[in-house]
Design a protein around this ligand. Structure first.
Ligand code: ADP
Length: 504
């Protein structure tokens, strides 16, 4: 028997990198994960050492390949890369070394630059050109900050001596030995520098953000040619054939390739993306417009809404209140109750994201009585994930004028069957959970496998993934309305409390 053809998928996340070796029939032949160092040089600042990210990524890739080799003989036909989005690296073209630590998406140091740009009247133009908001989250103002702080780097950037990119570009640069400086449209669309309509870097945005255009990588199709990873790094030489930002890779991995298909990743926070087809939809409800992939990995669009606190509310109940030992215990606790007994939990620890965008509001619990028990709090935290998801999905439907017919779920908290059933009940549509919830890594493998011919179509890739589990709605409309009304009143009350606190 010949060697099994496979794809090596690299999922470079915020706290660690996962490597997976995936075969044509969807089996994971090898897997490895490692965390790396988080740097917090000042309050609100978050940095990564790009060199360490390179080393950790190569180490886990080699680990996954070795595990796969021990399982069965295989041949790496291609490499897929997916990554934490918006984090930005600047490096020296000559030495290939970073000139500064990577500034991470979570970093808030550019809040004042964002305020300055808003005052300068740029908000509308930013929205129209990039689909994004002026928020420190995105990469662009991180570069503005760097070049304002370090004029020497600006001079070198203008002279063409430096290169920049999101983590995908950095890894492509490292793995190809500096031969390729490229990114894909999904990552480019998170920088504030990419024109959504022209499918190219925006000279206007580069001007506004004071970013020398010579720094920027070439934008290539997500399922396409990103050069060859050298054997000296991974022990095997293989083409890099797929690249996408983590949420877009998950959207692709879930088979959401067409208008009206949506996925939600229930992790620490939650990210809900609705595919809107071939045209960008501008939001009236606080959502972002972002690039996604179609079934061939070509450019399409999605509306994105983020929920800042999802599984983190369960973590809080576990670590701060100590009312459960492990996050999965939440399932039996919620199930032990007939109903929520009127208890609602708005876990707005860091404000509310889409569609409310209220940074000042803080968390609140409502409806407590002497009979309220730990189980009620846990159930209310799980219910909050489902209500917040519904709020974003309804905003997406209103913006796109498309009704979602199904929600595809992944991420750590999607393992919770009670939550999945409650979500289906609340939305009144089926919730579909794939056999393997690591859809981010799978999505990157899919994009690379399509380019290198491991799968001949998106459908063939999806069919290899095993049977999903479908949770169908059973709840009555009256019950749904009662629950939604309770949640809405709780959110309004939490916001009203903040407004009175700040004297608004
Ligand atoms: P991330 O990628 O954001 O680190 P994961 O996808 O690994 O997150 O999911 C971890 C989060 O999901 C944690 O916040 C945890 O509290 C929550 N979680 C994990 N398992 C369950 C479960 N069975 N039920 C509810 N929440 C869970």
């Amino acid at each position: 028997m010949g060697a099994t053809p496979a794809i090596l998928s690299l999922d470079q996340g915020t706290t660690g990198t996962t490597a997976m070796v995936v075969s044509r029939d969807g089996r994971v032949l090898g897997r490895a994960y490692s965390e790396f160092t988080q740097h917090f040089p000042q309050g609100g600042w978050v940095e990564h050492d790009a060199q360490e990210i390179q080393e950790v990524t190569i180490r886990v890739a080699r680990g996954a390949l070795e595990e796969a080799r021990n399982l069965e003989p295989h041949r790496v036909q291609g490499i897929g890369i997916t990554n934490q989005r918006e984090t930005i690296v600047v490096w020296d073209r000559e030495t290939g070394r970073p000139v500064h630590r990577a500034i991470v998406w979570q970093d808030r140091r550019t809040a004042s630059i964002c305020r300055e740009l808003k005052k300068g009247g740029h908000e509308q133009e930013v929205r129209e050109r990039t689909g994004l908001l002026l928020d420190p989250y995105f990469s662009g103002t991180k570069l503005t900050w760097l070049f304002r702080e370090k004029p020497e780097l600006r001079r070198r950037a203008e002279a063409g001596e430096l290169a920049c990119g999101t983590i995908d570009s950095w890894l492509i640069h490292c793995l190809t030995g500096g031969a390729v400086h490229a990114t894909d449209p999904t990552n480019a669309s998170r920088t504030l520098l990419y024109d959504l309509h022209r499918h190219a870097w925006s000279p206007e945005m580069a001007g506004i953000l004071e970013v020398p255009e010579r720094l920027l990588p070439e934008v290539r199709p997500s399922s396409g040619d990103f050069g060859v990873a050298l054997g000296e790094h991974l022990g095997v030489e293989a083409p890099i054939g797929g690249v996408a930002g983590d949420q877009q890779a998950a959207l692709f991995g879930q088979g959401c390739w067409k208008e009206g298909l949506a996925k939600n990743t229930y992790g620490t926070g939650a990210f809900l993306l609705l595919h809107t087809g071939q045209d960008p939809v501008m939001s009236e409800h606080g959502l972002l417009t972002t690039v996604a992939c179609d079934a061939q990995g070509k450019t399409a669009y999605a509306l994105e809404g983020s929920i800042f606190v999802a599984g983190a509310a369960i973590q809080w109940l576990r670590d701060q209140l100590g009312i459960l030992a492990e996050a999965p215990d939440s399932e039996a606790m919620a199930r032990s109750l007939e109903g929520n007994a009127g208890v609602y939990f708005v876990p707005a620890f860091v404000g509310l994201g889409a569609p409310h965008w209220d940074p000042e509001v803080r968390g609140a619990l409502f409806g407590l009585t002497r009979g309220t028990a730990d189980t009620h709090l846990v159930r209310a935290a799980l219910e909050a994930m489902a209500y917040s998801t519904e709020d974003v999905l309804r905003a997406q439907e209103a913006d796109s004028e498309v009704e979602a017919r199904e929600l595809r779920a992944d991420g750590g908290a999607a393992e919770n069957d009670w939550l999945m059933q409650f979500q289906a009940d609340l939305l009144g549509i089926p919730v579909r959970r794939p056999a393997l919830v690591e859809t981010t890594a799978l999505g990157a493998a899919g994009l690379a496998g399509l380019h290198t011919g491991l799968w001949s179509s998106g459908e063939e890739f999806l069919a290899a993934q095993g049977e999903p589990r479908i949770f169908r709605p059973h709840m009555s409309e009256a019950q749904r309305t009662r629950l939604r009304t309770g949640w809405r009143r709780a959110v309004d009350a939490a916001r009203a409390f903040t407004a009175s606190e700040t004297g608004d």
